[in-house]
Design a protein. Structure first.
Length: 143
């Protein structure tokens, strides 16, 4: 079973625990129920990807990513996601500079931690961040 569906410009998980706006022209990939990555958006302009990851439990540590080191981590009232909660954020710097950089925003939910991971190709950091300004604020956590 798919982990959710896209309808009227929004992805929503099957259980209604999360939704995210889909910008026009962006490619979508819906994960399978029970998989960690439930949804991926890809920009046609920069190749920037936004991965929505659902991890059971309450541990909001960043996910280990091969070939990448979490060189920055913090928690606080970051405003990229429109939530009143404290968010954990991080930057994963690739060992190979020709590989993408990963930015992470993490929010602890009822029974899971939501990871929104932006995978930004080399040379696209500025444009990728501009694109993210239109995507991240559309995230909703209704329960």
């Amino acid at each position: 079973m798919p982990a959710g569906a896209v309808s009227e410009g929004r992805f929503q998980t099957s259980d209604g625990a999360f939704s995210l706006g889909v910008p026009p022209g962006w490619e979508t990939l819906i994960g399978r129920e029970g998989e960690a990555v439930v949804f991926t958006l890809t920009s046609p302009d920069t190749g920037t990807r936004v991965r929505v990851v659902r991890v059971p439990g309450q541990d909001d540590s960043p996910r280990p990513l091969p070939g990448c080191r979490w060189t920055f981590q913090d928690a606080g009232p970051y405003d990229e996601l429109l939530v009143a909660d404290t968010l954990s954020v991080g930057t994963c710097t690739p060992d190979d500079p020709q590989r993408p950089r990963v930015l992470s925003w993490r929010r602890v939910g009822v029974a899971e931690v939501w990871h929104l991971e932006a995978v930004i190709p080399p040379g696209q950091l500025y444009d990728g961040l501009v694109e993210l300004e239109a995507v991240l604020p559309t995230a909703r956590f209704p329960r």
